[in-house]
Design a protein around this ligand. Structure first.
Ligand SMILES: *Cc1c(COP(=O)(O)O)cnc(C)c1O
Length: 359
């Protein structure tokens, strides 16, 4: 793909911040790419970060025809930059697009756009311990039309911004409310739970607020059909450690988002001597196994946090502590291994890393 480069004026150039909250600072440039039925994808561009101008009738603003991705660029000790499995994100973007009746973006073009954008703003990839450059590809339906149908025009864009180490003081446990009142996604494959689309998030916010009001930091989602099977936690996949040696996670049912962190941990763990299993996990069985001490650890996993250990679960007015309530040994080991590969401190046996050396 030809990408037209329009650099920002030197006078408008911002310097990267030195301390960063998640999702509130953005780098100098963005990638944009337009789609129409007649021309297909065209006008790939890297240009100064800018406001979007949209007609108030635009499809995405009314009917949420929108998808997104989340991946990161990691600063290595030698100054080079690692991307982690960017092709997997580009492929998942297209699976989400298919579910939302949106056009696919050529996977190679998408990775090329990410690479070019990160190279353009390479000085925004932080060197601070644990900090990264977060990369957010997005696609929206842009027809200025109130009829309910797939848009015929789309904007695909990518923005980036530095994000700090999620755990400034080291890994810390979260408290999780098991939601009995709200469901995240309708049963798959008919539902949208496996697609990374804004609508799923919009529907989850009320449950998240209810959990916070009740003193918890995250919601555990049960399946939409029976309300007894464990699906995800917050916007992460979830894993349980049995007796310190077996890692169990809900199998992908179509309503669970197929996380790249989840897949990476399932690949890594056997090489570290753990058994892994993808299965149906009943919430009452899980709570009984936590109470009896059979489950020694539980954690959420996703690109933003990598691993979020669960300290306790609340369900139907009762609380149960997981293991010691602190950060378990397996959680810590998996966190160290995966971030070690991502930052280039550990050998990548799996071909996950794509190294850039922008000057
Ligand atoms: C993005 C996401 C995840 C985690 O996926 P990763 O590829 O590991 O970042 C899990 N659940 C939901 C609902 C998500 O949107």
């Amino acid at each position: 793909m030809d990408i037209q480069i329009i650099p920002i004026d030197e006078s408008k150039k911002k310097a990267p911040p030195t301390d960063f909250a998640f999702g509130s600072n953005f780098s100098n440039h963005m990638f944009t790419h337009n789609y129409s039925v007649e021309k297909g994808w065209h006008d790939g561009k890297i240009e100064p970060y800018k406001m979007l101008t949209l007609d108030p009738a635009t499809t995405v603003l009314h009917y949420s025809q929108e998808i997104f991705e989340g991946t990161k660029a990691y600063r290595r000790k030698d100054g080079k930059i690692n991307l982690f499995r960017p092709w997997e994100n580009a492929k998942r973007f297209n699976s989400s697009a298919a579910r939302m009746s949106m056009p696919a973006v050529d996977v190679e073009d998408h990775v090329q756009a990410i690479v070019s954008l990160v190279e353009m703003d390479h000085d925004w990839v932080p060197s601070k311990e644990g900090a990264t450059l977060y990369i957010r590809p997005t696609m929206i339906g842009t027809d200025p039309f109130l009829g309910v149908r797939a848009s015929s025009t789309y904007l695909h864009y990518i923005i980036t911004g530095p994000v700090g180490n999620y755990y400034e003081g080291g890994l810390a446990p979260v408290s999780v409310l098991i939601s009995d009142d709200y469901r995240r996604a309708a049963p798959g494959p008919g539902g949208t739970g496996a697609a990374k689309t804004g609508g799923n998030y919009a529907a989850s916010i009320l449950a998240d607020e209810a959990a916070k009001k009740a003193g918890y930091t995250q919601v555990l989602w049960l399946d939409g059909k029976t309300g007894v099977n464990i699906e995800e936690v917050g916007t992460m996949n979830i894993m349980f450690v049995y007796e310190g040696k077996k890692i169990v996670t809900p199998q992908l049912t179509g309503s669970i988002l197929p996380g790249i962190t989840r897949d990476s941990l399932l690949t890594l763990a056997p090489d570290l001597g753990y058994e892994v299993e993808e299965t149906t996990l009943n919430v009452n069985d899980m709570l009984a196994d936590v109470a009896s001490g059979k489950i020694t650890e539980a954690f959420g996993c996703g690109t933003a946090v990598v691993i979020a250990p669960v300290g306790n679960f609340g369900y139907q007015g009762k609380d149960v502590q997981v293991g010691s309530g602190g950060v378990g040994e397996v959680s810590r080991r998996l966190f160290d291994e995966l971030t070690g590969i991502q930052f280039g401190r550990k050998e990548d046996k799996y071909g996950w890393i794509h190294t850039l050396d922008p000057k």
